[in-house]
Design a protein around this ligand. Structure first.
Ligand code: CA
Length: 227
């Protein structure tokens, strides 16, 4: 049973979301602020965080950045909840490290399906062999990436994206194809989201020069160099 930490200061929304998630079989813990959430995470780490943008004290977006900076919580998936619907805000949320973004008002059912989609995306596929390309090694079972002997830290979406690229080298994929294959065909995500995650993946791979394997094909999409 997956556990979700819900960080939301509005009681009505908290209750509605908690009820929907519990009905769907999740264990739910609550926090009303970033400070509460941090204490809850130190007690035990959830499988996913639903994080409201507007919180008393530290904002949700600043807290998301902090979680992604901290080695212990870097891989924890985050879905941002927010009343802000501007595209610029969505991109800011994703840039801060969120894996998905759900604008308010949302239906509880939609939220539950987004939670499931993100968890599906981050769960390692078992029984698969590690893949190695030009000194970059990805192990789908342990969920680790090594460049030479050095571990490469990255978020769960970047991991899935890299996994897809490394198992489909030398082919150009446009954003829609990447969304379908990495995010899932029934998930509503904007195409620009792909660019955000490709940028993050390149940043993670840059210290060892492996970012060059992720190539932009102008007007067509992205390709991962396999040779
Ligand atoms: Ca709020």
């Amino acid at each position: 049973m997956a556990s979700v930490l819900l960080v939301e200061d509005e009681q009505a929304i908290r209750e509605m979301v908690a009820m929907a998630l519990e009905r769907a079989g999740f264990r739910v813990r609550h926090a009303e602020s970033a400070e509460d959430a941090q204490a809850a995470i130190q007690l035990s780490q959830p499988d996913l965080i639903l994080l409201d943008w507007m919180l008393p004290g530290q904002s949700g977006i600043d807290y998301a950045r902090r979680l992604k900076r901290d080695r212990a919580t870097r891989e924890l998936p985050i879905i941002m909840l927010t009343a802000r619907g501007e595209e610029g805000d969505r991109i800011r949320g994703l840039d801060a490290g969120a894996d998905d973004y759900v604008p308010k008002p949302f239906s509880p059912r939609e939220l539950v399906s987004r939670v499931k989609a993100v968890l599906r995306r981050v769960q390692p596929t078992t029984g698969e062999a590690a893949i190695e390309i030009r000194g970059l090694r990805l192990d789908p079972v342990s969920h680790r990436v090594l460049a030479g002997d050095d571990p490469v830290a990255m978020g769960p979406t970047e991991f899935r994206l890299l996994h897809f690229f490394m198992t489909h080298t030398e082919r150009v994929f446009n954003r829609t194809q990447l969304l379908d294959n990495v995010w899932g065909a029934n998930v509503y995500v904007e195409e620009r989201t792909v660019d955000v995650h490709v940028r993050r993946l390149r940043k993670a791979l840059a210290p060892t020069g492996h970012d060059e394997l992720v190539q932009t094909i102008r007007g067509a999409g992205y390709r991962f160099a396999g040779q």
